[in-house]
Design a protein around this ligand. Structure first.
Ligand code: NCD
Length: 353
């Protein structure tokens, strides 16, 4: 990676489309920071790769082939915010491709607790690994880390954002679209569909990244359904409206549920409360799916959730053939393996297998 020739302050003021170019190397995505980096042709490519990896993994011989691809690579899973699925699916994706992994899951056990700056910490990590997959409570931290390495380090390595505070979760969006495309495939794919998002949309990073990514498809209608005070932020609504998408912002779940081709449920994100008990007035029952309202969901529609769930989806729904959330989880492992294969440049080899 070449230094950008501009300061962090100048860089961060640029629009995402411009910043995305700095995050590429030789025309390919190098750092994975926000989902506006992915375009339709990238999605098509990565999903062909995802399907191929899944298929190859079905045989012992195939598993051995995959495991030999990246046996010289090492990745650090730097996850200082809680995670089960994202962490384990990345771990498993690395194992599939033979990438050796270790993890840091708390700043208490790294030298940050001795007062080391975040910049020095990241540069230190980059000395020992070939990629950093990171989840951090601070918005923009992953992007700053990529800036630091690309501009100041003699040995830059790719940064993959596995969740940056309330802001973005670009690899979750990748698996969400993969799941949607597969499921909606029989009825014409994602184009022209109505996607309803329900829950704490203000602080849910998965809905933000997925909304941006849906901006790669034609005539998608967005229904953002959240309690007052938890509604989708204006930046996303404006982004979609500027691109001529129809956007409904509502608190009335019952009114719109039967319009949706996919219902993307989310939980209350109260870990971001600024004062304790701030979210106590959030009424989950008005923003939940269960036996009381499942009959309003179209027979052809799908129910998604990034998980973990609380009570916003009743376990009564789990056996419903429209429930996709367990499949989403497994798809995460395959799409992340594809992403790593792409970043480390073994995609062609996999396709040719
Ligand atoms: C999500 C996250 O961490 O943003 N979980 C995940 O990665 N699957 C959703 C959440 O925590 O609510």
């Amino acid at each position: 990676m070449k230094p950008y020739g501009i300061s962090w302050e100048e860089y961060i003021k640029l629009e995402e489309s411009k910043r995305a170019q700095y995050l590429n190397d030789k025309g390919k995505i190098y750092d994975v920071i926000f989902s506006q980096q992915y375009d339709k042709s990238f999605l098509d490519e990565i999903y062909i790769l995802t399907n191929k990896i899944r298929l190859i993994s079905k045989t012992r011989e195939g598993q051995r082939f995959l495991k030999n691809l990246l046996g010289t690579k090492k990745a650090l899973l730097y996850f200082i915010q809680p995670s089960s699925r994202t962490f384990l699916s990345f771990f498993s994706a690395c194992a599939t491709l033979g990438i050796a992994c270790t993890d840091i899951r708390s700043t208490e056990i790294s030298s940050e607790s001795k007062g080391e700056s975040p910049e020095d910490t990241i540069r230190t990590f980059s000395s020992y690994f070939d990629a950093i997959i990171m989840r951090h409570p601070e918005e923009g931290y992953a992007e700053k880390a990529s800036f630091v390495l690309n501009n100041y380090s003699r040995r830059p390595i790719p940064i993959i954002n596995a969740g940056s505070g309330k802001d973005q979760h670009p690899t979750q969006a990748l698996l969400d679209i993969f799941t949607l495309q597969k499921s909606l495939g029989k009825i014409g794919g994602v184009d022209g569909k109505t996607i309803m998002f329900v829950g704490d949309l203000k602080r849910g990073r998965t809905v933000r990244s997925l909304s941006y990514l849906l901006g790669n498809f034609k005539n998608v209608k967005f229904i953002f359904c959240a309690p007052e005070g938890y509604q989708m932020e204006k930046d996303i609504v404006d982004y979609l409206k500027e691109r001529q998408y129809e956007v409904v912002v509502t608190s009335d779940m019952k009114k719109y549920l039967s319009d949706a081709d996919a219902v993307y449920m989310t939980r209350l994100q109260d870990e971001y409360d600024k004062v304790k008990g701030e979210s106590s007035l959030y009424n989950t029952s008005d923003f939940s799916l269960g036996l009381h309202n499942i009959n309003l969901v179209k027979p052809s529609a799908f129910i998604m959730h990034p998980l973990p769930r609380r009570s916003e989806i009743s376990t009564d729904i789990d056996k419903d053939p429209r429930a996709l959330y367990w499949r989403q989880m497994r798809n995460g492992m395959w799409t992340r393996a594809a992403l790593l294969a792409y970043i480390f440049g073994v995609d062609t080899e996999i396709i040719q297998y």
